[in-house]
Design a protein around this ligand. Structure first.
Ligand code: CS2
Length: 489
């Protein structure tokens, strides 16, 4: 079978949408760091919709960790398929907005030179929570992080996202080129402000004057990004080959829903994202908070408890009535009262989320979401718990989500099988778990002392400890399903 590429594009079947613009006229306006599946299902599609009228905003992608996306897309001239999946079927479309992909390790100089070029006006990022090298509990740069230490010692050869951004900004500053806007599209709380804090601090550690310049002149628009994107499987590759009549080494499978809320702060200009479905707003924070607490808080809770209960996919877990009641209650009783969203029907938002989780065609693995919990818990569950503690309100369902994470990172499931726990703190957590054995209280005490996850306030909070330990004991003694039933009937 032929490979998807610029040359074979005209042989794609008529029912499959292909770029509606001449790719030879495109020039890059955006560098995107972390060119994984999420970016390709989200921002790259919005940009694809714009290029016919705004050809100077194409994307050059970069991977900072693995060269696998580059290896897949290079022989395809950057083209790839996204397939929207729902009960009605799989709907493919070929996206052309990514001009090329650079490998941040082997092509670092080329990447930095491009980032320093005045035609690049936005550098966007999806590098996942851990890619920011920060302390998730405080949102501050982790100055002891090995990549940060490396980049401070070798500023012209950075490995980390903060190091890369600051080196490119420093080059622009030195050349008198106005800075690009730095747009994080990751699920961090107040992602614009958080990245600003991290990058400014890194720049100051390099050079105080550079830090001051970054603080004064670089824009860090915040965003709320939303689209569920499961990892691509070989079965997906086969399905896509059947639908487009060509081989695509890395198609992206996703859901129909997509949302993008952007803080309108782009001194060097931006594409008219509002014409292709994005919402440009003055303050994105309430949207981020709503999404992190309702969607992602539910997702992580489903991931840990669902995995432990033997559910491979989110749709299978949520089809279980006890899980459905738990998640419905977590959102309605515990998360929604902490949100301030005038003009938004939170009940309708919740119902839409429950329907998205139930999409059986999506095959979103609980194991995928369970990854990197130490980086995710603070903004997904712990912030909501803090607000409820402050207001003297109960938070048993959220506490069960936290207990589910603690039970999961022990690394052994309810059948006694090993769990492949992926997390930057995995080694430390496994050591804590090994010490605690099946003593819920000891496990709690060990894990809650991870200050970068729980801060010092939660570690010292009796009500928090009581609620989580109660659920954790029940998970060890009675298992996941009985624990959920006990809580939600
Ligand atoms: C998920 C998110 O993997 C995860 O942690 O919760 O990637 C989620 O699918 C997206 O944020 C949806 O917008």
């Amino acid at each position: 079978m032929t490979r998807l590429s610029a040359k074979t594009l005209n042989s794609i079947p008529a029912g499959v949408a292909v770029p509606n613009y001449d790719r030879s006229t495109l020039t890059p306006g955006i560098v995107h760091l972390g060119i994984g599946a999420f970016h390709r299902a989200h921002m790259a599609v919005y940009v694809d919709d714009l290029l016919k009228t705004h050809p100077d905003w194409a994307i050059v992608g970069a991977s900072l960790r693995r060269p696998d996306t580059k290896e897949a897309l290079e022989p395809q001239d950057g083209l790839y398929t996204i397939a929207v999946r729902d009960a009605a079927g799989t709907h493919p479309r070929v996206i052309g907005s990514i001009l090329s992909v650079l490998d941040g390790n082997t092509q670092r100089d080329e990447l930095l030179a491009l980032m320093a070029d005045p035609k690049i006006r936005i550098v966007s990022l999806t590098v996942t929570e851990k890619g920011y090298c920060h302390d998730p509990a405080t949102g501050e740069l982790d100055e002891r992080h090995p990549d940060i230490a490396h980049d401070l010692a070798n500023p012209a050869a950075p490995k980390s996202a903060p190091g890369m951004l600051v080196e490119a900004l420093a080059r622009r500053h030195a050349a008198g080129v106005p800075p690009f806007a730095v747009m994080s599209c990751d699920n961090l709380p107040s992602n614009g402000e958080t990245v600003q804090r991290i990058v400014t601090r890194f720049a100051r550690l390099r050079d105080v004057a550079l830090g001051d310049w970054v603080k004064q002149h670089v824009a860090f628009p915040g965003t709320m990004v939303d689209r569920i994107v499961p990892s691509t499987t070989d079965a997906d590759r086969e399905t896509i080959a059947g639908l487009i009549g060509a081989e695509d080494a890395w198609p992206i499978m996703t859901e129909p829903f997509t949302q993008w809320v952007i803080e309108d702060k782009f001194p060097q200009g931006r594409p008219p994202f509002e014409t292709v479905g994005a919402q440009l707003v003055a303050d994105v924070e309430p949207f981020e908070r709503m999404k992190l607490r309702m969607l992602n808080g539910s997702h992580s809770t489903i991931a840990y408890l669902g995995y432990l209960a033997g559910h491979e996919y989110v749709s299978q877990a949520i089809a279980n009535p006890a899980f459905h009641r738990l998640i419905h209650g977590l959102m309605t009783e515990e998360a929604m009262p902490t949100l301030d969203m005038p003009g938004t029907d939170l009940g309708a938002y919740r119902d839409q989320l429950l329907a998205r989780f139930a999409n059986p065609a999506l095959q979103h693995r609980t194991w995928q979401i369970a990854m990197d919990g130490s980086q995710k818990l603070p903004q997904r569950l712990l912030g909501t718990i803090r607000d409820r503690l402050k207001a003297g309100q109960s938070f048993d369902r959220l506490a069960l989500g936290v207990a589910g994470w603690m039970r999961y990172v022990v690394g052994i499931d309810e059948k006694g099988d090993n769990i492949d726990v992926r997390d930057p703190l995995a080694m430390r957590m496994m050591a804590i778990a090994a010490e605690a054995g099946d003593d819920a209280e000891a496990l709690y005490v060990g894990l809650v002392a991870l200050n970068e996850v729980f801060g010092t306030d939660l570690a010292d909070n009796q009500a928090f400890g009581d609620a989580v330990v109660t659920q954790l004991e029940s998970l060890f003694d009675d298992g996941v399903v009985a624990t959920i039933r006990e809580l939600v009937g």
